[in-house]
Ligand binder design. Structure first.
Ligand code: AMP
Length: 464
């Protein structure tokens, strides 16, 4: 997964982009980058491994002049974590340059890449996103937007894109609308971001979403919006509302804080925990869901698990051993609140089960008498091919074990998941128009045949 942010028509474009990327850090912590275009039409690139706060000192920012900028934060996926896979991608070509920042995962990148390579193309990275750059370079079109539309015809899968083609900023979203992309106004300029929390930080006002299949072009001739890609049934990612997006964002037209709380309330209705004394969240992504659960169940909501904010997401650890140790470093239970109590522990999802298992043993060691695990989404049983970093099916604990086995494996007294129907009824304009393949195994498109999702898209460390 990744975060993208772009500014057109503001003299502090790169500085604003850096701020926006701070707000999108949760969407990717492996690398960050910014491309700007100065008044003379020259493109400047700065990319660095690690966090936004680490990569963009005064010197780097001074090298990014101009009123047009796009930026990217990249999530650690299964493959190589290397600077050549950082984004934005910047390619120079005859007559100018192309820069691109991509959130999502293409499902036919291998085939597209092979056919480009057959034609002599040379790739600088292993990212699926680079395929789009090559296609734009080769595409014909009377306008920049026509050229992008032609490049995207035949590209399948998930993409929210920010592209700079010479002096034109192009913004596109795949016709299924998998990944979010909002737009906003800032003074006389325009701002685009994966999530609205990034518009807030720069003081921009939200001006709606880039629509599925839409291309937006902005340059000296003004803004143009067009249906750039043939329409398809909309399948937005439900996991954005369950886990990925920040709760202070509006995603797919609805507040994440509201849907997360509603997921918790629904969970309390579907899976009550009679006799429990209190509810607590696995912070931070399930705070709102746990609050909803407590409200609906009429139980006290306690801060019984404390998260150390200086430790990154556990999934970023490449090995199982690293992940195990990190649970303890990242969370500490509050004995005072847990000792002798029958507790409901709410989390938004279980993937491998490693974190959950570690947390349950910490909570028990802190004296909890009973631990009732409640999950504000359905069991994850299938990998994602559209940009979320879920592992292969064999590593998905709910795909490997029965409900009874999983209850014993996690060491809980009871385990309750939200139903798929209950989940889809709580997200904006649900239940239709969502992709729930990771929960249902029903993929809305043909999936790559390789079993490793991120790699299958031709993207060891792909453009997600
Ligand atoms: P585990 O028990 O090891 O499956 O970890 C579950 C935790 O991982 C939950 O707290 C989730 O909020 C979190 N989580 C779910 N999906 C992801 C993801 N794609 N990347 C990182 N963390 C995730």
């Amino acid at each position: 997964m990744c975060g993208i942010f772009g500014v057109y028509g503001h003299r502090d474009a790169a500085a604003l982009t850096q701020l926006g990327l701070y707000s999108l850090q949760h969407r990717g912590q492996e690398s960050a980058g910014i491309v700007s275009v100065d008044e003379g039409g020259r493109a400047h690139l700065s990319r660095a491994m690690g966090l936004v706060s680490e990569g963009f000192g005064e010197e780097a920012m001074a090298g990014l002049p101009g009123a047009l900028a796009i930026g990217h934060t990249r999530y650690s996926t299964a493959g190589a974590s290397a600077i050549e896979n950082a984004q934005p991608v910047l390619a120079r070509m005859r007559g100018g340059h192309i820069a691109l920042a991509h959130n999502g995962n293409l499902t036919n990148a291998v085939a597209l890449r092979e056919s480009l390579e057959d034609g002599g193309a040379i790739f600088a990275s292993t990212m699926d996103s680079e395929v789009i750059v090559h296609r734009i370079a080769r595409a014909q079109g009377a306008t920049p937007e026509a050229r992008l539309a032609s490049a995207l015809a035949g590209v399948e899968g998930a993409y929210s894109l920010l592209v700079v083609l010479n002096d034109t900023m192009l913004v596109a979203r795949d016709p299924r609308g998998w990944r979010p992309l909002v737009m906003g106004r800032l003074g006389g300029g325009w701002v685009f971001a994966s999530e609205s929390c990034a518009l807030d930080i720069v003081g921009a006002t939200i001006d709606g979403e880039v629509q599925p299949g839409e291309i937006v072009a902005i340059d000296g001739d003004g803004m143009r919006r067009l249906q750039g890609v043939a329409p398809a049934p909309v399948t937005r990612c439900v996991f954005e509302h369950v886990y990925f997006a920040r709760p202070d964002s509006v995603v797919f037209g609805g507040a994440v804080s509201r849907s997360r709380r509603a997921l918790g309330r629904q969970l309390a209705r579907e899976c009550p925990a009679p006799g429990a004394d209190l509810v607590f969240a696995v912070p931070d992504s399930s705070n709102a869901a746990a609050l909803g659960y407590a409200e609906e169940a009429g139980l006290p909501y306690e801060l019984a698990l404390i998260r150390n904010h200086y430790v990154g997401r556990t999934f970023i650890q490449p090995t199982q051993a690293g992940r195990d140790a990190k649970v303890k470093v990242k969370y500490n239970p509050v004995r005072e609140l847990l000792e002798g109590r029958r507790v409901v522990m709410v989390d938004d999802s279980i993937v491998r089960g490693t974190t959950t298992r570690g947390l349950v043993s910490l909570v028990r060691a802190a004296g909890a008498r009973e631990v009732h695990m409640r999950v504000s989404s359905a069991p994850i049983i299938s990998p994602c091919y559209y940009g979320i970093d879920t592992p292969r099916r064999e590593e998905l604990v709910a795909a490997r074990m029965s409900h009874g086995e999983l209850t014993a494996h996690l060491g809980v007294d009871s385990l309750g998941y939200l139903s798929i129907e209950g989940m889809l009824a709580q997200v904006p304009s649900g239940p239709d128009g969502y992709c729930h393949a990771c929960f249902s195994g029903r993929y809305p498109t043909v999936t790559p045949t390789d079993s490793a999702p991120q790699r299958a898209a031709g993207a060891p460390g792909g453009g997600a």
